[in-house]
Ligand binder design. Structure first.
Ligand SMILES: Nc1ncnc2c1ncn2[C@@H]1O[C@H](COP(=O)(O)OP(=O)(O)OP(=O)(O)O)[C@@H](O)[C@H]1O
Length: 304
């Protein structure tokens, strides 16, 4: 579906996307995970044929965006980072107007709108204007609208940023159904839980480069331990405590408010910490996540 080789985007002297290689297969959910400024949106804009690459090669659906932009865009759905709905129109009208851009007849687009409103769980709001809808509803409408041309490939730039946890779960459920129906999903996110929930495969991006690639499970197995023990002490600086536990774990990370001890058995490590007479305010043993992978690879957290 997407084949990029040494894909590069420069703005003047600044390199936002630095010679990345990406292959996305039909039917998979593929993610770009990275913090703000990693180059995810710039990559998506090149894939969406709205921003030409500075260098490297890019094929979307086997076609070249430089010469086949319109035919590629006709087969894509795009959900931009910020909703671009027409707030004064009704929910249904937003879909109708968009469908007409793709050359659907009035009857076709009306039938399609009913189907998409149902999918987005917005049938009851079909005739209300967009402006007073919740953030989650607006996002679902933006996704419904992007599906009006039955795209083979759906691009989603930070689909759940700014939504509350419940709205995020509703959206993940809709995206999961889309994937099951055969749509290839490509999304960017800086939420590790979103990447873990939705993506079959992902690349971790930082500073315009790809620093790791694989399934969430593979990335965790390769770059982290099975479990992590989080220790919080009553101190402004956790650095002095790190030295006291460094031999109890494979690796210790110092964050401003806690220590992370990378270990295959969190409970056993917690017992060893207690055995040293250290008295943390809180102790939490958990499984490793993609956040731990990112921290290990870059020395930074995904969300500051
Ligand atoms: N049109 C532009 N002109 C100059 N610099 C740009 C332009 N677009 C993006 N950049 C820069 O390129 C870098 C990557 O931006 P990009 O938006 O691709 O990152 P991102 O990973 O999507 O982050 P975000 O989540 O903030 O969108 C940033 O440093 C940004 O300031």
């Amino acid at each position: 579906m997407i084949s990029a080789h040494r894909l590069t985007k420069r703005f003047g002297e600044f390199t936002a996307v630095d010679a990345i290689d990406v292959e996305v297969r039909r039917g998979e959910a593929f993610g770009f995970l990275g913090p703000n400024g990693a180059g995810k949106s710039s990559t998506m804009r090149m894939i969406g044929c709205v921003s030409p690459p500075t260098d490297g090669s890019l094929r979307i659906l086997g076609l070249d965006p430089a010469t086949d932009g319109p035919s590629i865009r006709a087969r894509l759905g795009v959900v931009p980072q910020r909703d671009t709905l027409d707030e004064e129109l009704t929910v249904r009208e937003n879909i109708l107007v968009y469908g007409r851009y793709f050359g659907l007849s009035r009857a076709q687009v009306r039938a399609k709108a009913d189907e998409l409103l149902e999918f987005a769980q917005l049938t009851e709001r079909a005739n209300s204007v967009v402006e007073p809808l919740s953030g989650g509803m607006k996002r679902r409408l933006t996704i419904a609208r992007s599906l009006v041309n039955d795209p083979e490939l759906l691009l989603l730039d930070e689909p759940t940023t700014g939504l509350d946890p419940q709205a995020r779960h509703v959206l993940w459920d809709r995206l999961f159904r889309l994937k099951r129906s055969g749509v290839t999903l490509v999304l960017t996110t800086h939420y590790m839980d979103e990447a873990e929930q939705l993506c079959d495969r992902l690349v971790v991006m930082d500073g315009g480069r790809i620093v790791a690639e694989g399934s969430p499970r593979e990335l965790i197995a390769l770059h982290s331990t099975r479990e992590v023990l989080e220790l919080r002490f009553a101190a402004d600086d956790h650095t002095p405590y790190a030295a006291k536990v460094t031999d109890l774990a494979e690796r210790v990370e110092v964050l401003p408010d806690r220590l992370l001890l990378y270990t295959d058995d969190g409970d056993a490590t917690a017992a060893a910490v207690q055995g040293r007479g250290l008295e943390p305010l809180s102790v939490l043993a958990r499984r490793s996540t993609l956040e731990d992978v990112f921290l290990h690879l870059t020395g930074r957290t995904l969300v500051d």
